[in-house]
Structure formats: C-alpha cells, structure tokens
Design a protein around this ligand. Structure first.
Ligand code: FES
Length: 114
C-alpha cells in the first residue's frame, strides 16, 4: 500500500487526486466515508480531477456522472464503474493499494475490447 495523504486533508464533500506510479488516484469523502478510485473515465479516458467531486463525481470530458459511493456511472457514456481501490486509514494517514500502470493498461485494453 502507498501512503496517499493525511486523513484530515480530505474533508467531507471533497476529493484529492494524485498520480502514483503513473496511475491517477482519487480519494474522496462522501457522507463521512472515504473512497478510493482510479481516476479515469472509460468513455474517452479523461482523467477525473479534484473539481470533479461534487455530490457525484462528474467527468470533465463529456459529463458522465459516477456515484461517489460505488463508482457506478449513470449517464450511459462510461462502459464500466470507476475501479475501486482498497484503502486504509492508519494513524491519521490514508493508505491506498494502487495497481501498477501495466496492470491498469491491461484492464483498459480488456475493457475497451482492443
Ligand atoms: S471521457 Fe468521461 S464522459 Fe467522456
């Protein structure tokens, strides 16, 4: 697992995005719960940003909306939910399990049918 940020740096209703090993990772807090996702929309592979986090996660590309709690898309543009990442809080720090860039590229290739 990789240390992402201090827990207090992600207050309610906000999110943070960091590139870790070439993988964009989003951690957000919604209704008190922290969630971590790979911050890529699989419609046209735009990267989600911190400003994407509202009540839902809104893709800056073409407006797909993902549930903050499940990562499920609701507008029919993205083919699949955001990839959820395992997250732990230890001594006030958020730790996230991040797939390697190679694993992620393989997943994207399989999802897009290329
Ligand atoms: S890239 Fe996300 S909606 Fe098009």
């Amino acid at each position: 697992m990789i240390r992402f940020a201090k827990e207090l740096s992600v207050p309610e209703g906000s999110g943070r995005v960091k590139i870790i090993g070439g993988v964009p990772v989003m951690v957000l807090r919604h209704k008190g719960q922290l969630h971590a996702y790979v911050a890529i929309c699989d419609h046209k592979y735009y990267v989600l940003c911190e400003r994407s986090v509202r009540d839902k996660i809104v893709c800056p590309g073409h407006g797909e909306m993902f549930s903050s709690e499940t990562g499920e898309p609701s507008q029919g543009k993205a083919k699949s939910p955001l990839r959820r990442l395992r997250l732990e809080v230890r001594e006030g720090e958020i730790w996230v399990e991040v797939p390697s860039r190679e694993v992620l590229e393989e997943l994207i290739k399989n999802t897009s049918g290329e």
